[in-house]
Design a protein around this ligand. Structure first.
Ligand code: HEC
Ligand code: HEC
Length: 304
């Protein structure tokens, strides 16, 4: 019997026996059916069964063609053999001990053995050096496609809430060490929501002030907005509103917006807050892959 407590989906053996009874029952039923439906002797006692549609069309009890019958037996025997060797009956693991998890682990181990050496070699090299190494970047871009594109886009251009990684503009800093730390340990941004503190007009005024910092105009009292900004926002975004990479607080004076630079998006950022999260990949991918990904990400903005 397999261990059920390892599979949270199946906490009781009920479904295992359910599968077993259906599978084993079907095979036994098919054997029975094949044997009982094949009693008539070939060419001797072929008779009508009594089903008659019209004068020219009636059903006879002709035996099943031999080749077909034997093929059917063979597939049934194959099924029994297969279910003895491999896990298909749910209550029995199969004598070969094969499992999809085991097969996956074996493949991963083989791949690690094969590529591990390569990563060790890369680890000995500087990121800046690797960022010029074509082979390293090819591998890096493949890793990026596998682990990063679902959030940052296939061209690393980002999207609302997901930073562009090729524009040279960094929330958490673009040094090799900073990029590596971002990838290895992840980042969690914490921008509180100010809707309740500021009220509707307050949000409107602060938004107008924030927009004015990058040269855009909208309705709102700029002086009142500036006052609130000095009170509530400079702790993270800085007195000059140019941001703080230790907190991932964006520069609010440039034209680059993580969540969009329209009045509506900024109002939403200010009123509801934002909590972008970059997952940590260090434990999952290991040092070698993180090193290579750092080189790849670093190369994207150095080229530009
Ligand atoms: C506790 C620190 C903190 C305070 C205080 C703070 N912010 Fe933020 N702010 C952040 C962080 C961190 C982000 C990035 C959020 C993310 O990446 O999900 C952010 C994001 C923003 C954004 C979105 C920028 C973009 O590029 O889309 C705006 C706009 C903004 N803040 C305005 C303000 C205003 C206005 C105030 C004051 C009312 C304020 N913030 C107060 C930390 C702070
Ligand atoms: C689940 C979505 C997600 C995945 C997957 C993801 N990221 Fe991120 N990443 C983010 C978000 C969101 C941020 C911004 C966090 C914030 O708002 O402060 C970010 C930030 C970053 C930054 C910092 C950018 C800056 O301006 O400082 C880097 C570098 C980065 N990611 C690289 C990667 C790499 C490399 C991978 C693949 C190994 C990856 N990310 C996978 C969501 C993701």
């Amino acid at each position: 019997m397999p261990e059920y407590d390892l599979m949270s989906d199946f906490t009781s053996p009920f479904w295992a026996w359910y599968i077993f009874i259906i599978v084993a029952g079907s095979i036994i039923w098919l054997f029975y059916l094949l044997m009982t439906q094949n009693k008539e002797k070939r060419n001797t006692d072929i008779k009508p069964t009594g089903h008659k549609w019209d004068e020219n069309l009636e059903e006879l009890n002709t035996p099943l063609p031999r080749w077909w019958l034997q093929l059917f037996y063979a597939t049934n025997i194959f099924a029994v053999g297969y279910l003895i060797l491999y896990p298909g009956l749910a209550v029995f693991d199969g004598v070969l001990g094969w499992s999809s998890v085991g097969a996956y682990n074996e493949e991963m181990e083989a791949a690690d053995k094969k590529f591990g050496e390569q990563y060790v070699n890369y680890l000995k090299q500087d990121v800046a050096e690797l960022a010029k190494n074509k082979d390293a970047l090819t591998t890096g871009s493949r890793l990026f496609s596998t682990y990063c594109t679902q959030c940052h886009g296939s061209d690393a251009g980002g999207g609302p809430g997901f930073p562009n990684l090729r524009d040279g503009d960094w929330l958490y800093g673009g040094d090799v060490a900073q990029i590596k730390q971002t990838i290895a340990t992840g980042r969690q941004a914490a921008m509180p929501g100010w809707g309740a503190v500021l009220g509707k007009d307050g949000v409107k005024n602060v938004t107008a002030y924030v927009m004015s910092l990058s040269g855009k105009k909208t309705a709102g009292d700029l002086d009142a907005g500036k006052e609130k900004f000095q009170q509530l926002c400079v702790a993270c975004h800085g007195a000059d509103a140019q941001g703080n990479i230790a907190l991932g607080a964006p520069n609010l004076t440039d034209q680059t917006w993580l969540y969009g630079g329209s009045r509506r998006s900024i109002e939403k950022s200010v009123a509801d807050g934002r909590n972008g999260r970059m997952p940590a990949f260090g434990d999952f991918l290991g040092e070698g892959k993180v090193h290579l990904l750092t080189a790849y990400v670093y190369s994207l903005s150095v080229d530009n």
